[in-house]
Ligand binder design. Sequence first.
Ligand code: FAD
Ligand code: DLZ
Ligand code: SF4
Length: 510
Amino acid sequence: MKEPRLILILGDQLSPNIAALQKGNKDRDVVVMAEVMAEATYVPHHPKKIALVLSAMRKYAEWLRQEGWTVAYTQLDDPRNSGSITGELLHHATNFGATKVIATEPGEWRLNTELTDFPLPLTMLPDSRFITSTSDFANWAKDRKELRMEWFYRDVRRKTGLLMEGDKPAGGKWNFDSDNRKVAPIDVRPVPPPAFAPDKHVSAVLDLVEARFAANFGDLRPFSYATDRDQALQVLDHFITHNLPHFGDYQDVMIRGEPTLWHSVISPYLNIGLLSPLEVCARAVSAWTLGAAPLNAVEGFIRQIIGWREYVRGIYFLKGPDYVSSNALGHSRKLPDVYWGGETGMQCMKEAVAQARSHAYAHHIQRLMVTGNFALLAGIDPQQVHEWYLSVYIDAFEWVEAPNTIGMSQYADSGVLASKPYVSSGAYIARMSDYCAGCVYDVRAKSGRMACPFNVLYWHFIDRHADQFRSNPRMAVICRSWENRNASDRAQIMADAEELLIRLDQGEPL
Ligand code: FAD
Ligand code: DLZ
Ligand code: SF4
C-alpha cells in the first residue's frame, strides 16, 4: 500500500467535486479540514460568517465520512490545535506518515503564499469551480489595451452557450440593462429567503462562536443561513420561483426594513462551494425557457455570476498581491465610527450598517452607492474600507471582496475595474430608495449644515481630483460643469464640505 497523501479542503472549498478531492483516493488518502484561529482572525469577521463557515465545514466533513473518506478534522477548541492551516497539515503529516499534500488553490494571496512556502511537497491544483481559470483570464487580458467586463462576459456567454441562439445572444441583445433598474411600485413586494433552524452542528458552532468572538461587530443570533448543499439548493429554488421574475426590474431598489429585496442571497453559498455558478445559471435560464421569468431578469442575473463574479476574480489574480494596497486617489482619512454602528442622522448609512450588523448582508447597490459612495466622497483610506467590507459581510472572501472594494467602489486602482468612479449625490439614493424621507438631512439642499452630506461632498470630490479626472472622457464633462459654475457657488460648496470633513475628522457624528 502506498503511503497516504493529505488532501486539504479549506472552509470555502466545500464543493462535492473540488479539485483536490477528485485527485485523491478514498482507500489511500486522508482529507484534512481544520478550524483555526489564523483563518478566524485575519480580520474581525462578522460572527455569522464564522458560524456559517464552521457549520458548513462540519457538515461537509460528515458527508465526506458517509462517502467513505478518512477525515482528519480539527475543531477550533481542540487543545492540540496549532492555530494555522499549515500547522495542522504538518501535525497530520506526522500522524499519518504522509509526505505529500494535494490542495486546491486558495482564494487569497495570503494563504496562497503560506501554502507555496510549505516545507513538504504540495501540489496546488487550479480551482475548477470557476468557468474561467486564472490562466485563461490572463490570456484573455494579454494584449488588450483596456479590460472591460462587458467583452469578457460576451466571451463567457459564447463559451458556455448560456442564453445563446446559435452564435447570437437570445433576444438579439447581450445586455438588457436598459429595461432594468426601475422603482418598485408599493404593491409589489419581495418574498424573503427561507430561514433554517439551527441543527445540532450549527447549535454547537453557535455556542463556540458566542464564547470566542462576542467582541466582533455583528449579531450572531438569530442565525438562519443555509449550512449545507441541500439547504442552499432550497434558497436557490425559492429565489428562482419568487424573486427572479422581478430581479432585473428592481435590482437597484432600496427599501427600509427589506434587507434582501429581490436579490438571491446565494453569494455565501457560491463562495464557500455549496452551489456552483453553472448550476445556478442553468436554473435561471430554464426558468426563462419555461416562461417563468423574463429575459431581462435572467440575463441581468447570469451576468452578475458568469460576468462580474468571474471577472473580478480574474482581475484579483491577474494584478497580484499588491493590488489590494492600491490607493490611486491618495485617500487617507480614518474610517468613521458610523461604519461600526456609531451614531448618525444619515438614514441610508444607518440602514446599511444596521443590516450589516444584524444580517451580515447588504445588496450590491447598498454596498456600492451608500457605504462605498460615502467612503469615496469622504476620502477614506481604501485599506480601511477594504478591511471593513472583508469583515462585515457573510460572503466576503478576498478574491471577490477586494476588487469590488478597491477597484469598483473606491476607484483606488485608477480605473482597472471601473471606467469611472461610482459616485453620486443624494439624488440617486433618493430616487432608488425610501431612505431620505426618514433622514435628518435634506436631500434637496445643496449647501448648509442640513444639506445631504452626499450633496455637499460630491463636488468637493470632483474638485480635489479634477486634474486626474479631466483626461477621462466620462468624467471630463462633470469636471467642466463644476468649473463652469459661478465662483461664489463653488466657494460655498467647498467651505461646507471642508467644514463637514473637519467634523468627521473630529469624530463628530454626522
Ligand atoms: P444578487 O444580486 O442576487 O446577484 C447574484 C450573484 O451574482 C451574487 O450572489 C454574486 O455571486 C454575483 N455578483 C453580483 N454582483 C457581483 C459583483 N460585483 N462581483 C462579484 N459577484 C457578483 N460579493 C461577494 O460575493 N463577496 C464580497 O465580499 C463582495 N464585496 C463587495 C464589496 C463591494 C464594495 C461591492 C460594491 C460589491 C461586493 N460584492 C461582493 C458584490 C455584490 O454586492 C454581492 O455579490 C451581492 O450583493 C451578493 O448578494 P446576492 O447573492 O443577493 O446577489
Ligand atoms: C473564513 C474562514 C474562517 C472564518 N475560518 C476558517 C477555518 O477555520 N478553516 C478554514 O479552512 N477556512 C476558514 N475560513 C475560510 C478561509 O479563510 C479561506 O479559505 C481563505 O480566505 C481563502 O479564500
Ligand atoms: Fe442619505 Fe442624504 Fe438621503 Fe439622508 S438625505 S438618506 S444622507 S441620501
